[in-house]
Design a protein. Structure first.
Length: 356
């Protein structure tokens, strides 16, 4: 058994961290980076942060101190402590471009941003979800209580009901069954797709997701992720070949490792760096142009970082716009269902009165 497993692992580590956990991790990395920037060694900074941390964070920092003292790479230790892969990869790359403190601060800021977005999305969806649950309860009550009693009243002359009224009543009547079947079908499809993706390599997974979703946000995220790190490495006087080798050697992310192998394989065929990126559909087409221009100008590192900042700004802007649309769309859907419920209650009654 690995020695690390004998230690008490930090609590609250999950495969999908909550906004609170992301915020704690972000604040920790931010503080650690600022202390390191002010001249603290890694051990001194961790020891100080342990003294001011809450109970859960104390356990995490203690784990980091013990594992770091054994000579393990800090990026690998962070991964064992439950930090996201992309955060660990940022820290790993910083060992090569020399901006360790800056990378910790930037990684912390990114986690805090993600925490705020998760929290905001939760706030946006909380009330509509409560409404949806309430509406589903109403539909079930109508299916098994109200509509059967109404059928007893209008059954004698049901043929006289208008077609539109008949459709609305039947839709509401069968709504619980439709909802259950939809959830079952979606769950089965999700299981099938997840199982299929797990059998693919990390790069193939990203390419399939970008092909299926056609999402600009997806491309912006990964374009920023790669170009920012490449830019920092190149500004640290690394060549493109060295960047590829660094990616190949990482153990913190299977995706980065495979990305390095992919690019090296394509470059060994005689392709330039930007041509090797062409089949990767999860990157924006502009990435190829930026790399091509940067190779010619000799300022590839600077241009990649500027482009990464542009991707980040576009991603944040479009994310905000998307979140602004989510709540109104849900409310419109809920309103339509409520109107259908009232129609299912009132229209048969009016139709019956008209026939009397």
């Amino acid at each position: 058994m690995h020695v690390a497993t004998l230690l008490k692992k930090p609590t609250g580590v999950t495969s999908s961290p909550t906004s609170k956990q992301l915020h704690k991790q972000g604040v920790f990395l931010n503080r650690l980076g600022r202390l390191h920037e002010d001249g603290f060694s890694l051990k001194e900074a961790l020891t100080f942060l342990q003294t001011i941390a809450d109970k859960d964070t104390k356990e995490m920092v203690h784990f980091l101190i013990i594992e770091s003292a054994k000579g393990s790479e800090f990026s690998s230790v962070l991964k064992e402590a439950g930090f996201p892969d992309y955060t660990c990869t940022q820290v790993y790359f910083s060992l090569f471009h020399g901006q360790f403190a800056h990378s910790l601060i930037n990684a912390g800021d990114l986690l805090i941003k993600q925490s705020e977005k998760k929290k905001k999305m939760k706030q946006i969806l909380q009330y509509p979800i409560m409404l949806v649950v309430f509406i589903i309860g109403m539909l079930i009550a109508m299916r098994y209580i109200l509509i059967p009693h109404m059928n007893q009243i209008v059954q004698v002359d049901s043929q006289s009901l208008p077609f539109s009224t008949h459709v609305i009543v039947q839709s509401v009547y069968h709504a619980p069954t439709i909802i259950v079947l939809t959830l079952v079908i979606c769950s089965i499809l999700y299981f099938i797709v997840s199982s299929y993706l797990r059998r693919q390599s990390p790069i193939e997974q990203l390419m399939l997701k970008s092909k299926w979703s056609r999402s600009l946000l997806f491309q912006l995220y990964w374009s920023h992720y790669f170009t920012y790190e490449w830019g920092n490495l190149l500004k640290g006087n690394r060549s493109l070949f060295e960047v590829v080798q660094i990616m190949k050697e990482t153990e913190t992310s299977l995706l980065i490792n495979e990305m390095g192998q992919w690019i090296e394989k394509e470059m060994r065929k005689g392709m330039d760096f930007h041509d090797a990126l062409r089949p990767l559909t999860f990157l924006r087409p502009e990435v190829l142009e930026v790399v091509k221009h940067g190779e010619l100008s000799g300022k590839l590192g600077t241009e990649l970082i500027l482009y990464a900042q542009n991707c980040e700004e576009s991603f944040d802007k479009r994310s905000e716009q998307l979140m602004e649309y989510v709540q109104p769309v849900i409310f419109v859907g809920v309103a339509v269902i409520i109107i259908a419920i009232y129609a299912a209650l009132l229209l048969p009654t009016f139709s019956l009165l008209n026939t009397l």
